[in-house]
Design a protein around this ligand. Sequence first.
Ligand SMILES: [Mg+2]
Length: 290
Amino acid sequence: MSYYLDGTEIEIIKEADLGKVKHALFDFDGTISLIRDGWQNVMVPMMVEILAKTQTDETKEELKAIVIEFVDRLTGKQTIYQMIQLCEEVEKRGGVPLEPLEYKQMYNERLLPTVNDRIAKLESGEVDKAELLLHGSMDFLRKLRDREVKLYLASGTDVEFVKHEADILGITPYFTGGVFGAVKEYKTYSKAMVIQKILADYNLSGSQLLIVGDGFVEIENAKAVGAVAVGVASVENNMFGMNANKRLRLINAGADIIIPDYSDQDRLLEYLFQDGDRVPGEEIRSLSRR
Ligand SMILES: [Mg+2]
C-alpha cells in the first residue's frame, strides 16, 4: 500500500533498504534540467512527416499515434534508439530510410533553435537559472554532496550537449563522479553500463546507490541492481500529452518513491538516510558524554 509522507508530496510506493546511500546517479532532462523541455514537439512531427512520405495509406493521425508510442517507450535511452525504430517503421512501409544518425542530426538541428534560445536567455540574464531547473534540484544536489554522497549525471542526450547545459545551469561541480551522455559509438554507452561500473568500482551493494530519474529506463535499471529508485513525475510541456501518466509508468518500472519535484527535499533526505532512526541515538550518546 503506497502512502504519502505526512504533509508532503513524497509518495512511498514500497519500503526500500534505506539509510545506506553513498552514491547517487541522476538523469538530466526532466529530472534536473528543463532546457530541452518540449523536445517531443520537435521529434514527433518530424517522424510523422518522414513516415507520411512512404507508401503508407495510414492517416497522419494514425502515424502520430504510432510515433508517440515508440518515442515515449524509448525515452531515457540514447536518442539514436528512437531513430533506429524510425528507420524500421520506414522500412515496414516500403520506404528506404536514411541512416539513424542522419535522422538524429536532423532532429538535433530542429531542436537546436529552442535550446539555444533558452541558453541565450539564461546567459543574458533574461531568464533565471531556477526557471530551467526542476524546482529545488540545485539545493537537493548540494545537500546530497554535504552528506558526502558521490554524484553522477547520466543522460540519453549527446554528451557534449549534456556537459554544456550542465555547465550553464551551474550544476557540474556537484557531479564529481562524472557527467555521461550519448556517444557516437552508441553501443559503448548506456545508463546500465554506468551503473554497473559504479557498483564494481566501489564494490557497492545495490542499496548504497540511489538513482533519481523521470524515465522508465533508469528506474528499471535501478531495480535490476537493487538500487534505491526515486521516480520524478515531473510535468512536461508537450502538445501530445506524452508522459501524462508518468507517475504510473515510474511505479510500473519499479520506483520505490515518487516525487513531483524536490520541494520536500528535507523530508526526502530524512527518509532516504533514515535520520529519524539515527539522530536520537546520537543525541543520547552526546548527552551521556557531558
Ligand atoms: Mg529524463
